[in-house]
Ligand binder design. Structure first.
Ligand code: AMP
Ligand code: MG
Length: 427
């Protein structure tokens, strides 16, 4: 395990007083490793949503299992089609979905077939019912297929075209989405092996922070950070360990950090890491762990502490509620995903036309809360959601994404395109 000093020594241009966002992420990819190797479990599909696959899933069967029809219509052998000529075939039976039709279809014949019904071996093409003319005469039904409508293989689903027996259907590290659950079910698998949930402990610090239920006192604020962090972690599928608000008292802080480090893979705190904090949070982090204290060239979210306490990874986030969410999205979330063994790639950013000019200083990354919508012409546009103060949570509630103004970027003029990191469904 590399020490914090080892990792920072290898960071090009490392300056703890002015770290760039990309340097923080580079640091974190060195610091955190998948922890999920030390435990996996079999869970039923209904319990597997949002979990991370621990092993590749090899298809035990072909899906679909047989060549079958993609339409309600008539199955026939397309070698009988001749350029520019209609084809008339005699209907010899009906194949229904769910049971194989017994019999033989000869040249000049076809089989009425329903969607999903097995296609007999010597038939390769299905003409949809609505493209045929049906003629009934003397107890015999014939269909006429107009010229030049079809080619061989039309409206046929091939055995194994979705999932091939013996091939990996899903890879280890796959996040189990609704589509992935359906796919596993289509293989007939009732359960699936997933990594154990990542355990994350979190607490808020600061004597000015009140727990819910406490009578309001002057100069104090209710603890919102624990609730945002709780929600962010739950959405990621973590096992959460809520440790409350911890008073600014060395004994209480030491006990909280020790318990968190014992119980959890990662610890998230909020507050107490800014410069000139007259509190014991930083002192205790230094005493108990291997921790770097940074000023990051970003807004909001400048101060942050990152390192290890025991085997747990520590994220000491700033206190301001928007800064907590932004640093979580920018740094903590990708790091936790890596720890969970997930191979999920970051959601691509959108480009949207900015509906107002934005002031931006080059040399830091800024995250403004934005609301993206479609303009009348269908293109994407974004407006900022009011007051952008780092304590103004309503800007996060009203927004659906973060406008990311990159490190080297300067002012944005009205109508300029900007990058937006969408967060609907994530936060
Ligand atoms: P700090 O990073 O400790 O200097 O905190 C900055 C500001 O964030 C404080 O002045 C508080 O107003 C606010 N704050 C800190 N912790 C919390 C919390 N848990 N919930 C809501 N606001 C907080
Ligand atoms: Mg404080």
């Amino acid at each position: 395990m590399k020490s914090i000093d080892d990792i920072t020594a290898a960071l090009h241009g490392y300056d703890p007083q002015a770290l760039s966002v990309s340097q923080v992420n580079e640091f974190l990819t060195q610091l955190v490793q998948p922890v999920s190797g030390d435990g996996s479990q079999d869970v039923f599909l209904f319990d597997a949503l949002g979990r991370v696959l621990a092993t590749d899933v090899i298809s035990p069967i072909n899906v679909p299992a047989h060549n079958n029809s993609a339409m309600d219509g008539f199955a026939f052998d397309a070698s009988q089609l001749q350029e520019g000529q209609a084809l008339t075939l005699c209907v010899v039976g009906t194949a229904l979905a769910g049971k194989a039709w017994q019999g033989k279809v000869n040249a000049g014949e076809c089989l009425k077939i329903m969607t999903g019904a097995i296609l007999p071996d010597n038939l390769d093409t299905v003409v949809p019912q609505e493209l045929t003319q049906i003629q009934n005469a003397h107890d015999v039904t014939r269909i006429a297929i107009p010229a030049n409508l079809l080619k061989a293989g039309d409206n046929r689903r091939l055995a194994g075209e979705d999932l091939m027996q013996g091939q990996p259907a899903l890879k280890a590290g796959q996040h189990l989405t609704p589509a992935a659950l359906g796919l596993l079910a289509s293989l007939g698998l009732p359960d699936v092996r997933v990594h154990r949930r990542l355990r994350v402990a979190y607490f808020s610090t600061g004597d000015e922070v009140m727990s819910l239920g406490e009578a309001p006192r002057e100069g104090a604020v209710y603890d919102s950070n624990r609730y945002t962090v709780f929600g962010l972690l739950k959405r990621l599928g973590c096992e959460v360990i809520d440790m409350g608000v911890v008073r600014d008292d060395p004994a209480l802080l030491e006990a909280a950090f020790a318990k968190a480090a014992h119980d959890a893979d990662a610890i998230i705190t909020s507050g107490g890491v800014s410069v000139g904090e007259a509190d014991f949070t930083k002192t205790m982090m230094k005493k108990l762990g291997d921790v770097a204290f940074w000023k990051i060239a970003m807004r909001p979210g400048r101060p942050m502490a990152v390192g290890r306490i025991g085997k747990s990874v520590l994220f000491g986030l700033p206190g301001n509620p928007v800064a907590v969410m932004v640093t979580f999205l920018a740094f903590v979330r990708p790091a936790l995903l890596r720890m969970m063994g997930s191979t999920a790639q970051p959601t691509p950013m959108l480009r949207a036309k900015c509906l107002e000019p934005l002031r931006k200083k080059a040399g830091r990354t800024e995250y403004q809360r934005g609301f993206v919508s479609n303009a009348a012409d269908g293109t994407l546009q974004v407006r900022i959601t009011g007051n952008q103060g780092s304590g103004v949570l309503s800007s996060m509630v009203q927004g659906n994404g973060l406008i990311v103004l990159h490190h080297t970027q300067g002012n944005v003029a009205l109508g300029d395109e900007v990058d937006v990191m969408m967060f609907d469904g994530v936060i």
